[in-house]
Design a protein around this ligand. Structure first.
Ligand code: NAD
Ligand code: LMR
Length: 330
């Protein structure tokens, strides 16, 4: 039996993500938590003729405790999204506290659950979650993920548009680093199958993948950021975790993880210069979460080395902010 929770379930990502979980055969029970409207969303979804029993909870009356108790997987898209002109770091002031509070709930009510963090800035909210779980004495690095799948999805879509491949799903590109602008590093040289990008199109393609989020923020013109593509990406990652949990083999998806605590993480950490404790790399998933973090760095091109150097600097600051916030509040 698998019980899943979505925290922030009434939001732009939360609603379609909850819909996908409700119709997934991998989920038996679904808890929807938000500070507004979650009972309404749950009532709506509960009419869908699939087995997953769906309930909604608000903060009042121990709602977080009721939503989380017994959960095996918790997906967190709670928090404010960007408007044009904002960076993801601009969301820190509000979202840092939201994530911390929700993770305190996870630590208390379902400490063994997989935790999938979507709330931005992911480069900082994941360190906040990790510090909060460490503080509560229940941290398992193999089970905490910053969801970077949307970058991977965009990399396939935008690269296919350049190569002319009609089905973008046939192109897999490891995207490493973090989840914001120049910390997002698509490794086109490691695409499967190999792709050939004309030299005059390379820089624009990289930039489009790195700043794909901005395209949506601009197009929505103040009404938020990516929600539907993110629900798809968040579900894809949750499904990967659950399938691997049930024993399916050879499931690999990039995610932003705490390297010192996962198998293969120390090797990755050494490959990226030894400084950063968090990095998105392709993760082989197993029955207990991260089975192995893989190191896609050794064969990178000179152009990719330059992208990585820029990413290291940006990431170091974002990670430091997250850790400082969590430790200050502890
Ligand atoms: P939204 O405003 O539509 O929804 C957020 C929801 O969170 C709302 O329903 C709100 O009520 C709820 N919420 C606020 N405080 C809460 C709390 N304390 N507890 C529970 N719920 C709470 O926003 P959205 O478009 O769904 O985006 C949510 C977050 O996801 C944003 O931070 C956004 O930047 C991020 N995001 C991340 C990625 C990624 O790739 N990781 C992609 C897109 C968006
Ligand atoms: C995205 O990549 O679409 C999200 O991180 C939302 C954003 O702020 O761009």
């Amino acid at each position: 039996m698998v019980k899943a929770a979505v925290l922030g379930a009434a939001g732009g990502i939360g609603q379609p993500l909850s819909l996908l979980l409700k119709i997934s055969p991998l989920v038996d029970e679904l808890s929807l938590y938000d500070v507004v409207n979650s009972p309404g969303v749950a009532a709506d979804l509960s009419h869908i003729a699939t087995p997953a029993e769906t309930k909604g909870f608000l903060a009042a009356d121990d709602g977080l405790e009721k939503a989380l108790t017994g959960c095996d997987i918790v997906v967190i898209p709670a928090g404010i999204p960007r408007k044009p002109g904002m960076t993801r770091q601009d969301l820190f002031t509000i979202n840092a506290g939201i994530v911390r509070t929700l993770i305190q709930g996870v630590a208390k009510f379902c400490p063994k659950a997989y935790v999938l963090i979507i709330s931005n800035p992911v480069n900082s909210t994941v360190p906040i979650a990790v510090e909060t779980l460490k503080e509560a004495g229940v941290f398992d690095a193999k089970k905490v993920f910053g969801v970077t799948t949307l970058d991977v999805v965009r990399a396939s879509t935008f690269t296919a548009a350049v190569t002319g491949e009609v089905d973008p799903r046939k192109i897999t590109i490891p995207v490493v680093g973090g989840h914001s602008g120049e910390t997002i590093v698509p490794l086109l040289s490691a695409a499967t199958p190999a792709v050939s990008i004309p030299e005059d199109k390379y820089a624009a393609l990289i930039k489009r993948i790195q700043f794909g989020g901005d395209e949506v923020v601009q197009a929505k013109a103040g009404a938020g950021s990516a929600t539907l593509s993110m629900a798809y990406a968040g579900f894809r990652f949750a499904e990967a975790v659950l399938k691997a949990h049930k024993g399916e083999k050879n499931i690999v998806e990039p995610a932003f993880v705490y390297l010192p605590g996962v198998p293969g993480g120390q090797e990755v950490q050494a490959a990226i210069g030894g400084q950063l404790e968090y990095f998105a790399v392709p993760i082989e998933l197993g029955t207990e979460g991260v089975a192995k973090a893989t190191n896609p760095i050794p064969n990178v091109t000179e152009a990719e080395k330059k992208l990585l150097e820029v990413a290291y600097t940006g990431l170091a600051d974002n990670i430091k902010n997250g850790i400082a916030f969590a430790q200050e509040k502890a």
